[in-house]
Design a protein around this ligand. Structure first.
Ligand SMILES: Cc1cc2nc3c(=O)[nH]c(=O)nc-3n(C[C@H](O)[C@H](O)[C@H](O)COP(=O)(O)OP(=O)(O)OC[C@H]3O[C@@H](n4cnc5c(N)ncnc54)[C@H](O)[C@@H]3O)c2cc1C
Length: 305
């Protein structure tokens, strides 16, 4: 039977940022539900690196521990459900879930993450997270000093190359079409023996010890791994429905306390543009968003008495 369920806080997205918010809310005895569809951004990766005290732990294990620790706080539940739509009505936020129920919340934390928009090259999606990486802070150590490729072009790719070069001197850039580097950038890359290959990439495949990149002219390149410059798609549909402002980059606009432009709606993790886009920042922002929900509710209750 479909029900309307009253809650204090709805946390939409139950990976790092959402579960961090939930922990804070649980410890404050807030009646909260975390809604999650089970697709965290780092799901394809075997290990999460660069996370204080948990370097190299599988992402799924981090989330399992987070959920296990929430069990101690009975006011918080985790629901395996998607929130399909959100609206503001008479000081409450009305959320429709795909489990058929409607939730009326006093506060909402949006922690829905981002999607990496991968280049449409056969093989990229399959190797994403295992041999194709997005970030040297997450995976750089594992492939340091090895021959790597970078898929990308233009200013962002040049900036990224400067970062990668510290760990990988044997570096080739596959622009998958005409390169968008300036003359000065090309000269700078050439001085460091960084080749720029403009040939279209036909496919990328798993190979012993690394990957095989096949170009449309039939030439083949073997590398230990590659980095891919992706564009990010922020999961902001629900924030937009609630009237939240977005940034130029497309993330949900928040202040230093992770409050959005709509009172009572907070955002945390990658979708809020928390930087760097990493697990530690997602956890910290989730904690702050949870605390700010509690602060607001506590103050309101105090003044009403
Ligand atoms: C391949 C890869 C490897 C990475 N490796 C590392 C690493 O080693 N170290 C590191 O620090 N960072 C790493 N990152 C970055 C890290 O994954 C993100 O910074 C982190 O996952 C952000 O956490 P989040 O909670 O904001 O979002 P996410 O982890 O993306 O979680 C969002 C959650 O919200 C759920 N959701 C979305 N919409 C809805 C909805 N409408 N209703 C209900 N649930 C919803 C999703 O299913 C998901 O579970 C990696 C990223 C990638 C792509």
């Amino acid at each position: 039977m479909q029900k309307t369920i009253e809650i204090e806080v709805a946390v939409i997205g139950g990976a790092t940022a959402g579960l961090a918010a939930a922990l804070t809310l649980g410890r404050c005895m807030r009646n909260a539900i975390v809604f999650d569809t089970g697709s965290p951004r780092n799901k394809p990766a075997a290990h999460a690196h660069n996370f204080f005290t948990r370097d190299g732990t599988p992402p799924s294990e981090l989330l399992r521990i987070a959920r296990e620790q929430l069990v101690l706080y009975p006011s918080v539940q985790v629901e395996q459900a998607a929130i399909l739509s959100a609206a503001a009505e008479n000081g409450r936020f009305i959320l429709q879930a795909d489990n058929g129920h409607t939730y009326r919340a006093q506060r909402v934390v949006i922690a829905t993450g981002v999607k990496d928009d991968l280049p449409a090259i056969p093989g990229v999606a399959e190797l994403w997270g295992s041999k194709l990486f997005h970030c040297p802070y997450c995976h750089g150590w594992e492939v340091k000093d090895l021959p790597v490729a970078l898929f990308g072009s233009g200013e962002m790719a040049y900036e990224f190359t400067r970062l990668l070069y510290q760990l990988n001197k044997d570096l080739v850039i596959c622009t998958n079409g005409p390169a968008a580097f300036t003359k000065e950038q090309l000269q700078s890359l050439a001085r460091r023996h960084i080749k720029v290959l403009e040939e279209k990439v036909a496919k990328v495949e798993d190979a012993p010890g690394g990957i095989q990149i096949t170009f449309s002219d039939g030439t083949v390149l073997h590398k230990s791994a590659a980095y891919v410059k992706t564009s990010l798609v922020y999961h902001t549909e629900l924030a937009v429905q609630l009237g939240c402002e977005l940034t130029e980059q497309g993330s949900i606009k928040v202040n230093g306390l992770y409050e959005t432009s709509v009172a009572g709606v907070l955002a945390a993790g990658d979708v809020s543009g928390s930087t760097p886009h990493q697990v530690s920042a997602a956890a910290a922002s989730g904690h702050m968003a949870g605390a700010m929900c509690n602060n607001g509710l506590a103050k309101e209750a105090f003044e009403e008495q």
